[in-house]
Design a protein around this ligand. Structure first.
Ligand code: PEP
Length: 250
């Protein structure tokens, strides 16, 4: 049985004081549930937030991690830097990074490798566009995104990784993939991993992301290959995010 995992990706949405209000509300109201809850604030707020959640069950993550360990890489943050502030997870290859910052499959694979070697659990984000879904290439696109990382990092490294499936057409649009559409892709991802290692496929948590809300979380999480959720918009409200998190309590 894989452990449930809910991740809140705050993106570039909060200022310092609203970040603290949000984390304080989560700390105050988090229910005791047998699943993990991770928040990914903007980098700048990580030190203060990490301190705030130090003695709670809440885990800190980052929205990205550098593809190098150190050096002249202006604007980047390394895995070792994240580790210094108790970050346990880092998203790599979020569709917004792929779309707006030209993160190629290879660049994502390099970020993934750096996370692994720095002791950070990468959340490899995979996605397809609406056009790819409609022209029937979605599964090929996702396979390519994952296979590039497997080729670079090796399948065993996925023992310490998470995969998320976040169709671009469902992110921030209010349009959610149906439970079955999401399950079909999650099943496909697990089979792809199983073709390299059954042990990794059995262990790896595969999360769904794309307009997850309190109203749809429970049905998504009831699907056999959906182990958790990656939440954008609804994670900016403590009550909504915690209702989603409470969906693990079946
Ligand atoms: C995301 O960007 O990771 C995401 C899933 O966003 P939203 O929940 O707002 O669709």
């Amino acid at each position: 049985m894989r452990r449930g995992l809910a991740i809140g990706n705050w993106k570039m949405n909060v200022d310092r004081s609203s970040a603290m209000v949000l984390v304080n509300a989560i700390v105050a109201k988090i229910p005791e549930i047998n699943a993990d809850l991770v928040i990914c604030p903007p980098y700048l707020y990580i030190p203060e937030i990490s301190e705030k959640i130090a003695n709670t069950s809440i885990i800190c993550g980052a929205q990205n991690v550098a593809a190098h360990s150190t050096g002249a890489y202006t604007g980047e943050i390394s895995a070792a830097m994240l580790k210094e502030f108790d970050c346990k997870y880092a998203i790599v290859g979020h569709s917004e990074r792929r779309q707006f910052y030209a993160d190629t499959n290879l660049a994502v694979a390099e970020r993934f490798c750096q996370a692994i070697s720095g002791g950070i659990i990468p959340i490899l984000s995979t996605s397809e566009t609406l056009e790819e879904r409609e022209n029937g290439t979605a599964f090929d696109v996702i396979a390519e995104q994952i296979n590039t990382v497997i080729d670079k990092a090796g399948i065993e490294s996925f023992m310490n990784a998470v995969i998320s499936y976040e169709p671009l057409w469902a992110i921030g649009t209010g349009k959610t993939a149906t439970d079955q559409q999401a399950q079909d892709v999650h099943y496909f991802i697990r089979q792809l991993i199983a073709s390299k290692s059954q042990k990794v496929a059995d262990k790896i948590q595969i999360l769904y992301g794309g307009s997850v809300k309190p109203e749809n979380a429970q049905k998504l999480l009831a699907m056999p290959d959906i182990d958790g959720v990656l939440v954008g918009g609804a994670s900016l409200n403590a009550d909504s995010f915690l209702k989603i998190y409470s969906s693990f309590q079946k």
